[in-house]
Design a protein around this ligand. Structure first.
Ligand code: NAD
Length: 424
């Protein structure tokens, strides 16, 4: 549970990654300038009435990085570390991610600077609705489509959809509900969107294992974060016969050499305000020991900048699969690459989420209803293609996989600009 979430550093990190890839591929200078800045940055301050009648004012953000490939797309995070730099970094990653996977989207991201555990459900509903109202026409089904991220969930998406649609003409209500994805299934949500990101993380790990000729059965893995991404990733890893030996979340770190059952831990978390602390089938260990545990695979699925120059040398795993966005900083990555540790980069590894979101959006636009098997098959196809494209591009440029993924993403955007030009 490294507290290295220095707010500006996620942005520094994404820009270092971008500049490095742009140099390696020789990205057109003009397009490089366009992509180095964001298209728009919305910062809102909005009042909300608390349960006891007090008024509090909250800060919210939405950063829209680039929409050359389609409407902005990306999550909303409710967390104390959210600020304009965090939103900026996460929005930029979304542009690359959508491009890499071949989706018709650009990149956006945002959130509210808040610790949601300090508020009642009624207060959270009012905060969400007023934030949505403050964003106004800056979001919309063909403009910018938010989705869940840290501390936001289908319920919050349902409130956003309802607020957005309710502030439009009643006759267009059904045309506006897909302003967000990750909604509950009863409100137009996609069957399988809940597990889409974790399923995609495991699909990428399977592609890695196939490439390396590795059998995942019996492999030991550890997961940081046991929310949506951490839980579902662990669930699908266990289905392959892999063994979860440690989990870390905001409440602490637990370890069991014999394996932790994901469903039992999930039930515990559900009854314990979302926390793993106090789980009886594992021992509590120091947070500082987590990344140095003896294991084969590390799956960060929490916040950014967790593996850095300070702890990259301690890592014993041979693969890090980035469920989270930006969990490895630039310096940490240089050390890991020198040590020959494989990294499946976030813009590939966790792209199952936005891919699931795309099918939800499409289902809403077409008034269709996809079944879960179809959804998971479509995620499998998109991610295995993107994995292959990443590895092939990295090989072509004789570079690492993150840079390969960036180049594959940037080539698609570069081509669009070359074809359409820059107005006027
Ligand atoms: P979540 O809110 O469901 O879970 C977050 C988890 O992180 C919780 O278990 C929490 O305790 C833990 N956590 C918070 N602070 C921590 C700290 N300092 N140290 C250790 N653990 C900490 O969020 P999520 O949706 O699972 O998202 C997790 C990560 O995955 C984020 O980086 C997010 O951007 C990324 N991601 C999510 C999706 C998605 O579909 N939800 C898609 C792509 C990427």
């Amino acid at each position: 549970m490294a507290d290295k979430t220095k707010k500006s550093s996620m942005y520094d990190n994404v820009m270092k990654q971008f500049n490095y890839a742009a140099d390696v591929m020789g990205l057109d200078k003009g397009i490089r300038k366009i992509l180095a800045s964001t298209n728009s940055e919305i910062s809102v301050h909005f009042p909300v009435k608390m349960d006891d009648g007090r008024i509090e004012v909250f800060n919210g953000y939405r950063v829209q990085h680039n929409n050359s490939l389609g409407p902005y797309k990306g999550g909303l995070r409710f967390h104390p570390t959210v600020d304009i730099d965090v939103a900026r970094a996460l929005a930029i990653w979304m542009t690359w991610k959508s491009s890499l996977v071949g989706l018709p989207y650009g990149g956006g991201k945002g959130g509210v600077t808040i610790d949601p555990s300090l508020y009642s459900m009624n207060e959270l509903e009012r905060i969400t609705r007023r934030f949505t109202y403050s964003l106004g026409e800056n979001i919309g089904p063909d403009v910018d489509i938010p989705a869940p991220d840290v501390n936001t969930n289908p319920q919050i998406m349902a409130w956003i959809a309802d607020t957005f649609a309710s502030t439009k003409s009643p006759s267009t209500r059904m045309l506006n509900l897909h302003v967000v994805t990750g909604k509950p299934v009863g409100s137009g949500g996609l069957k399988g969107r809940d597990r889409a990101t974790g399923y995609g993380v495991v699909a990428s790990i399977k592609s890695w294992a196939k490439l390396k000729g590795i059998d995942l059965s019996g492999k030991k893995f550890i997961v940081q974060g046991f929310g949506n991404v951490g839980f579902w990733t662990s669930h699908f890893m266990l289905e392959l016969g892999a063994k979860l030996i440690a989990v870390q979340d905001a409440s602490g770190t637990i370890f069991n050499e014999n394996g932790i059952d994901t469903e039992t831990l999930h039930n515990h978390v559900g009854n314990n305000k979302g926390n793993i602390a106090g789980f009886s089938d594992a021992e509590k260990i120091d947070n500082g020991k987590f990344f140095s545990l003896d294991c084969d695979i590390i799956i960060p699925a929490a916040l950014g900048n967790q593996i850095t120059g300070a702890n990259a040398n301690d890592i014993k795993a041979s693969l890090i699969a980035e469920g989270a966005n930006g969990p490895i900083d630039y310096d940490g990555e240089r050390i890991l690459l020198d040590r020959g540790i494989d990294i499946i980069p976030d813009i590939l590894c966790n792209a199952g989420g936005v891919t699931g979101s795309y099918y939800e959006w499409l289902q809403n636009k077409r008034s269709e209803d996809y079944n879960i098997a179809t959804v998971l098959k479509m995620i499998d196809e998109k991610l295995s293609e993107a994995f292959e494209r990443t590895v092939n591009t990295a090989n072509k440029y004789n570079t690492d996989w993150r840079t390969g993924a960036y180049i594959a993403a940037l080539e698609r955007i570069e081509q669009t600009y070359m074809e359409r030009g820059v107005f006027p």
